[in-house]
Design a protein around this ligand. Structure first.
Ligand code: MN
Length: 511
């Protein structure tokens, strides 16, 4: 490692200008907020003084970049301060207590959460490690969701600067990013971060494929840009003719890793990736979304099966929009996504959008996870958040025990179970392996013959507990579900699929 970083007479790292963070913020910051953030920067800068990253840059450039990412997604002053301070207790002489005294309990809790998350160790089998990580993330989320958001920003910057690390480390970190951090960003609906994490991980995990896809993308963009501009101009004219106000319209190309996934399905033929280009249309109200869709369909024929109403049926992570794919001018195919400004912010920043819209009010973030059921039941939420904090204090270091406690009260009417590869399945309380099987796929449900919960055989009417890993055993010989399952299946989707399969069986018999 080379020279010591230079500091000016105030001890500040001169290459960094805190105003950059203020400018990057999605939310306007008051002078009081700016002062708070500036203080945190000065504190962190002094604490890390003399430390260098692997790249040779002053360490503080990392903390600064993390805070900048957090500002870009519109987080509050405590989160930005915690972003600046997140590596202080771990890597410097300054302690968590000092941070608490200086910046208050909120920032202290956040920095503490990050420090704990960073202590995750690789041990046991790969699968076990993966689940352990997911669980810890959930625990951290329960305490304060902002911890996880800071962690994502931290990982994003580490991925952006991964070149400085040795090859084996690059690969391990990229894999972990793809399998865990991108999944969590997705779960939180922060698609901006999820997309960039995936693309960066892709670059290190499959460099040759990455280069190939990049080349395909760039060629395609070159030939598509002019067309896209024409189409957007036409759409503007069309829609205003129909009296629909457009707040914004722009085109985007698919992210590289997502493009790669699609290309693999279509023999690497980019012409068959219909949503390579998507036009985003932002209109004022929900009703305008549907009107715009009608107006577009009136002129351009939609592709069968590609009209998706995520407004009435949001994706599990809360994503809302109308999607359609149409044969545009010159018969070229493209996708249109129609949404309101609020939906747009939530689509890009997910749970983080919450801080863009409201100054205060942690707790509300749960509506992103449970948009239907739990929205509006706030007093209860606050109660369980404080309950969780109590437990965490009591149990302290033993995560396993804490997780057990969590199973009892957390998500009173909801449980999360995991597939063996770590996918999260959300179920109602008292759900059984049959519900779990149908939640994955009706074919899995129909052919289910047994189940394992955390590795142990359990009957199909077993009541799944929160956090368990459920494996469904299937047999081809079993053609139809057992009618008795109706007595214990909990989800309406499982019940209706069982009934449907039984009707099919009757029809088959009476043929
Ligand atoms: Mn860090």
């Amino acid at each position: 490692m080379g020279q010591t970083p230079k500091h000016n007479e105030n001890g500040m790292t001169p290459t960094l200008d805190i105003n950059e963070i203020f400018k990057a913020s999605r939310r306007p910051l008051s002078s009081e907020e700016r002062k708070f953030i500036t203080d945190a920067f000065t504190f962190a800068d002094e604490a890390h003084r003399g430390q260098l990253r692997k790249s040779g840059e002053p360490y503080i450039t990392h903390s600064f970049a993390v805070a900048r990412i957090l500002a870009e997604i519109g987080m509050d002053k405590e989160t930005l301060a915690a972003g600046l301070l997140h590596d202080v207790p771990e890597d410097t002489e300054r302690t968590l207590d000092e941070i608490g005294k200086r910046f208050g309990p909120d920032v202290q809790v956040l920095v503490d959460g990050i420090t704990k998350l960073s202590k995750i160790r690789l041990r046991g089998s790969h699968e076990k490690y993966f689940l352990e990580n997911l669980r810890k993330m959930f625990l951290a989320m329960a305490a304060d969701i902002r911890v996880v958001i800071i962690k994502l920003a931290d990982r994003l910057h580490n991925m952006r600067t991964l070149d400085a690390l040795p090859k084996e480390k690059q690969e391990r970190i990229a894999r972990e990013t793809m399998e865990i951090f991108a999944q969590i960003a997705n779960r939180l609906g922060i698609s901006e971060i999820k997309g960039e994490l995936e693309d960066l991980a892709f670059k290190y995990l499959e460099p040759e494929q990455y280069a190939e896809v990049l080349e395909i993308e760039q060629t395609r963009v070159k030939e598509g840009t002019k067309y896209l501009e024409e189409v957007m101009k036409t759409l503007r004219k069309d829609l205003s003719q129909d009296g629909i106000k457009i707040l914004d319209i722009d085109g985007r190309t698919k992210r590289l890793y997502r493009l790669y996934q699609k290309l693999k399905k279509h023999d690497m033929d980019v012409r068959r990736v219909y949503d390579f280009i998507a036009i985003r249309l932002i209109v004022p109200e929900i009703v305008d979304c549907y009107e715009a869709l009608g107006s577009i369909h009136k002129r351009y024929r939609p592709l069968v099966g590609r009209i998706k109403d995520y407004i009435s049926l949001p994706k599990p992570n809360g994503y809302q929009s109308l999607h359609t794919t149409v044969f545009g001018p010159e018969g070229r195919i493209f996708e249109v996504q129609i949404r309101t400004p609020k939906m747009h912010t939530e689509a890009e920043y997910g749970i983080a959008a919450h801080w863009v819209y409201t100054e205060r009010g942690r707790g509300d973030w749960r509506t992103f996870f449970f948009p239907k059921k739990d929205a509006g039941s706030k007093p209860k939420e606050v109660a369980w958040v404080s309950q969780l904090k109590e437990w965490q204090k009591e149990v302290g270091k033993d995560n396993q025990e804490f997780w057990q406690g969590l199973k009892i009260e957390f998500f009173k009417n909801h449980i999360f179970a995991f597939t063996p590869i770590g996918d999260i399945i959300e179920l109602p309380e008292d759900a059984t392996p049959v519900d779990f099987a149908y939640a994955i796929h009706s074919e899995i449900g129909n052919h289910a013959v047994g189940a394992r919960a955390d590795g142990k055989m359990v009957p199909l009417d077993y009541k799944i507990k929160n956090g368990q890993v459920i494996e469904i055993l299937v047999a081809k010989e079993r053609e139809y579900p057992n009618g008795d399952w109706l007595q214990f299946a909990r989800t309406s989707s499982a019940k209706s699929r069982i009934r449907r399969a039984m009707r099919d069986r009757e029809a088959e018999r009476t043929k």
